[in-house]
Ligand binder design. Structure first.
Ligand SMILES: NC(=O)c1ccc[n+]([C@@H]2O[C@H](COP(=O)([O-])OP(=O)(O)OC[C@H]3O[C@@H](n4cnc5c(N)ncnc54)[C@H](OP(=O)(O)O)[C@@H]3O)[C@@H](O)[C@H]2O)c1
Length: 258
């Protein structure tokens, strides 16, 4: 991250949208990382070409990691691969970015839609975090730094304002996304639980809202470009400390109400 020691970072869902932009800025922008693991559901698929091109340009920094965050064996394999590369320095940052969105109100939503949202947006981040914990712990122990930060060890969950219960009455009529909202509220609770459990390990856990961003998820009408959102997110990430542990912040660093 900006102005800190070089670090290692894993980003899930890194082949397009915010994840891809984060990889791009971490390798080409002012916020640098020494080792970037770009988690990707289908590395050989047509939607991964931009990531593969970037990885070819920076082979010493970017490693494309096959990672379907809903598949336990894929998560395990990816962790083995990343663990063998980070060695005794561990993994500094895990960004749980992969997510799915379905539009619709309660009456348009089936049990299967709910299951799909929960599988990717809650169970995925939970399973990935648990599998990568040993490497995050190694990073926290080997850093020698006091307190908590992204250059030491951190889990960043990319949540959404649509998961904020107090914001939904204003957002409901503009953007009804029943299964998504409930799953992101679940991700927020996951962040709070993880923060309580991982405090003793000094692994920072924070949920971030990236803004309404023009990606496949955000849609054409969104108010921000991915570039702007990621610039802001990386700035916020580099400023996080123990005061933000278990918190929910937006891309400008403001606290989002639960
Ligand atoms: N854009 C916004 O306005 C906005 C607002 C608030 C929060 N967010 C959150 O920001 C995060 C990134 O979204 P985005 O806007 O960049 O959306 P996006 O462009 O649609 O990208 C979603 C990413 O998630 C990946 N993904 C989905 N399921 C996966 C799985 N099972 N395993 C691995 N990867 C998986 C996709 O991979 P494939 O290409 O393989 O499908 C893709 O890389 C999401 O968590 C989203 O909820 C976005």
């Amino acid at each position: 991250m900006a102005g800190t020691k070089a670090c290692s970072i894993l980003i899930t869902g890194a082949n397009r949208g915010l994840g891809l932009e984060m990889v791009r800025q971490l390798v080409e922008g002012p916020c640098t990382a020494q080792k970037i693991f770009a988690g990707c559901h289908s590395p050989q698929g047509p939607q991964s070409k931009a990531l593969q091109d970037l990885a070819e340009k920076y082979p010493d920094i970017i490693t494309v990691v096959p990672l379907d965050t809903t598949d336990p064996s894929s998560i395990k394999e990816s962790a083995k691969m990343v663990g063998s590369q980070v060695g005794d320095k561990g993994l500094n940052v895990l960004v749980n970015n992969a997510g799915v969105l379905a539009h619709g109100k309660m009456q348009d939503t089936s049990a299967d839609d709910m299951l799909c949202a929960f599988t990717t947006n809650v169970i995925g981040p939970m399973s990935v975090t648990k599998e990568y914990l040993p490497y995050l712990r190694v990073a926290a122990r080997s850093s020698g730094e006091p307190g908590m930060s992204c250059c030491k060890a951190a889990v960043i969950n990319i949540s959404s304002r649509l998961g904020s219960m107090s914001s939904i009455p204003q957002l409901y009529s503009i953007f009804p996304a029943f299964s998504y909202s409930i799953s992101k509220a679940g991700l927020n609770m996951l962040t709070v639980y993880a923060a309580l459990e991982l405090r003793k390990d000094e692994i920072l856990c924070t949920a971030l809202h990236p803004g309404w961003v023009r990606t496949d998820t955000g849609g054409e009408q969104a108010s921000m470009e991915a570039k702007q959102s990621v610039e802001a997110l990386l700035k916020v990430m580099s400023s996080l400390n123990e005061q933000h542990h278990g918190g929910f912040l937006d891309y400008a660093g403001n606290t989002v109400p639960w």
